[in-house]
Design a protein around this ligand. Structure first.
Ligand SMILES: Nc1ncnc2c1ncn2[C@@H]1O[C@H](COP(=O)(O)OP(=O)(O)OP(=O)(O)O)[C@@H](O)[C@H]1O
Ligand SMILES: [Mg+2]
Length: 176
């Protein structure tokens, strides 16, 4: 199984993604690791990236997904993938790749970022991330998880939804 876990900075991609990967017994990759150094420098200055900065980054992640798929292995990759066009590069016709969207309010996620330390992504980028965010549509078959739940609960719900396979859009979280 290959999973792309998406959402704005601070939504919990690393926290939840690493646990989902561990439970699946597959590797976890940080999408950030595939950024060219120039992008990291820009982001750490609080400058939003331009799309021109993003295409080479997304292509690198897509290549990693293809490598893993060809090897018959599994992977969870955390990547903001805010826009449909970005997800089309990562997932597109790769039907074996499942999308998990960690959904939360700006208020909740801002509070989590304010409490997080030792990370290069400054909280000042959050408003621009919400402005850029295009939530996934039903045709992307997303597993949508409400991030107000504790991480362990989100992980359980994501795993349950993955086990349902191609049973259409799975809603996960929010106590619904
Ligand atoms: N469900 C949750 N409940 C409570 N705290 C959480 C939850 N998920 C994540 N956190 C905390 O919120 C902060 C942001 O989470 P995390 O670093 O995993 O987000 P991220 O999506 O990987 O962010 P970035 O895109 O900047 O890498 C961390 O301090 C993490 O411990
Ligand atoms: Mg992260």
């Amino acid at each position: 199984v290959i999973v792309v876990i998406m959402g704005v900075t601070g939504c919990g991609k690393t926290t939840v993604g690493a646990q989902v990967a561990a439970r699946l017994g597959v590797g976890f990759a940080e999408g950030d690791r595939f950024h060219p150094p120039a992008n990291v420098t820009k982001m750490s200055r609080g400058e939003p990236l331009a799309d021109a900065d993003r295409w080479p980054w997304l292509a690198e992640i897509a290549a990693e997904i293809d490598r893993v798929h060809t090897a018959g292995a599994g992977l969870v990759v955390g990547c903001s993938a805010l826009k449909r066009g970005y997800r089309d590069v990562l997932i597109g016709p790769r039907r074996a790749v499942r999308l998990v969207y960690l959904k939360g309010t700006p208020e909740l996620i801002a509070a989590r970022l304010a409490a997080r330390h030792g990370h290069f992504m400054p909280a000042s980028l959050l408003p621009s991330q919400f402005a850029a965010l295009e939530e996934p549509g039903p045709d992307e078959r997303p597993i949508v998880a409400d991030v107000s739940a504790p991480p362990e609960q989100i992980v359980d719900r994501v795993l349950a939804a993955l086990a349902c396979g191609a049973a259409g859009q799975q809603r996960s979280g929010g106590g619904a």
